[in-house]
Structure formats: structure tokens, C-alpha cells
Design a protein around this ligand. Sequence first.
Ligand code: GDP
Length: 295
Amino acid sequence: MFQNLSEKLESAFKGLKGQSRITELNIASTVKEIRRALIDADVNYKIAKEFTDKIKDKAVGEKVINAISPGQLMTKIVKDELTDLMGGQEAVFNAKGNPAVILIAGLQGSGKTTFSGKLANFLKSKKGLSPLLVAADIYRPAAMEQLRVLGEQIGVDVHIEPDNKDAVSIAQNAVKEARSKNKNVVIIDTAGRLAIDEQMMTEVANVRAAVNPQEILFVVDSMTGQDAVNTAKAFNDRLDFTGVVLTKLDGDTRGGAALSIKYTVNKPIKFVSSGEKMDTLDVFYPERMAQRILG
Ligand code: GDP
């Protein structure tokens, strides 16, 4: 993951080797290489340009302390700016409530159902909560079955109504069930389509209005690059979600989605998912991710 970007950034910094100080002239090609590396990673031109303009301003304005070389200084500046681009601080995830309601939305195949299982597992095993999973994908019986199997695997109850074709009433019934069974967090896996579709958006918006979730998480496949960012924008315009979940970070992702989403929709990435197993979910820490990118 991010291997290409890491290699290209490393190579960009190499150009500063042997320089005793930073000047506008001697970092020009480094800055250009960083910009190209970002664009190759599927970050859009405007974001890449703004990013490298900031790096240039910071680097030229900074005094190189004796102990640190221009290459090291640039690495630090880029790391700080990458951290900032991805949201700066770790975002707050709110699973408090009676019960807390968490709505999961995204396109079909993005990894929603898998993530719903992982989140339930995470909240149960790491936070000591008692989750209830809800299968609200009324179009695909296979999705309900998939969630049932995941629930069984992690020891979490799953609310399923195979004959109910109304996602809103399924969600409302699930919240009632959670109250009666002392479950303190309800995770609703909604239907997705292969492309953004008015009916799907209306349905998720209706579920949202009916159950008033604390968190609305938008799940997106990190391998889809710029498309991920465009999809995020469409979902956010309609749902005003509270956070992003990036999936399939274990795949050969170039990194564009991770780097551009916060900038584009101004919503934080809250979790990253990197595998099909139930324990491959991590809270997203921008600084750690920046460090990983820089190797
Ligand atoms: P949904 O249609 O959005 O509910 O997506 P699913 O949860 O069914 O996931 C679609 C496919 O992606 C399935 O084959 C999952 O096993 C796979 N998948 C989901 N998350 C990840 C991940 O983080 N890494 C990898 N490698 N595969 C994933």
C-alpha cells in the first residue's frame, strides 16, 4: 500500500542530499517531484498544487538548524503537511447512547457489510459495548445472510427481517429490540448500489431521519482513487455524514482517496479496514499514516 508514493517521495528528497541549506532554487525540483508523486497517487491537481505551495513556503521560510539536513527538514515538513491534509488530529468516534445508533452507507462492494461486522467486533472486544447488527439491505438477501454469518462468527446478535421490504421500519424495530435487550449500540448496514442512485440516497436519508444516528459512516473502497472522492462528495451532499471509513488498504491502493477525502468533504477518516478478517480494523491516526507513507 502507498508503495509507489513512498518510493517517489523518497526519491524526491534524495535531490537535496549534499545541500547545506534550503533555497527556493534548490528545492524547486524536489517540490515538483513531490507534486508529481501526489498526482500519480491519484490526488487531484488542485490539492497537489496547494500542498506543494505550502511545503515550498514553509521550507524556504525555515532556518536549517545545524543538526538537521535540508533533506531531513523537508521530510519533516512533508510529514506535518500530510498529517494535516488527512485531518491532523485523531477524530472522535461517538458510540455513546441508549442505544447509540451508527448508520453505515456506501456503494455496493465498498465493504459496508464487512466493516459493519468489524465495527461490532471492535466495539464489543475493545470498548466493552454490547452491539446489535442490523441488516437493512432489503434488496439483497445475500447481504442479510452475510451479516448473519459475520454476527455468528463474532458472537454479536443480528436483527434480520427477511420479509420486511421497508428499511426504515427494520431500523426502527431494531432500535426497539436493542432497548429491550439492553444492547447499547446499534449498527445499521444499509443497501448500496453499484453507482449513486436516487432511490438508494432517499432510502438512506429516510432511515437517517427515522433513527437519528450519532454517527453516519461513509464506507469507501480506497482502491477507487478519484472516484472515491467524487462518491464521498455525493453522499456527503445528501447525508452530511460524520466520518469516512477507508477499506481495502491491504490492496494495491495508490493513496489518493486517503489523501484527498478530508480536503474535499471536510469530514474526517475515522477507521481504516485492511483485510477480510474481523480483526483487521484500525482507528485512523493521520500522523501514523503520514509516517507510514514516508517510510
Ligand atoms: P458491501 O457490498 O459494501 O457490503 O461490501 P462487502 O462487505 O460485501 O465487501 C465486498 C468485498 O470486499 C467482499 O468480498 C469482502 O470480503 C471484501 N472486503 C471488504 N473489506 C475488505 C478489506 O478491507 N480488504 C480486502 N482485501 N477485502 C475486503
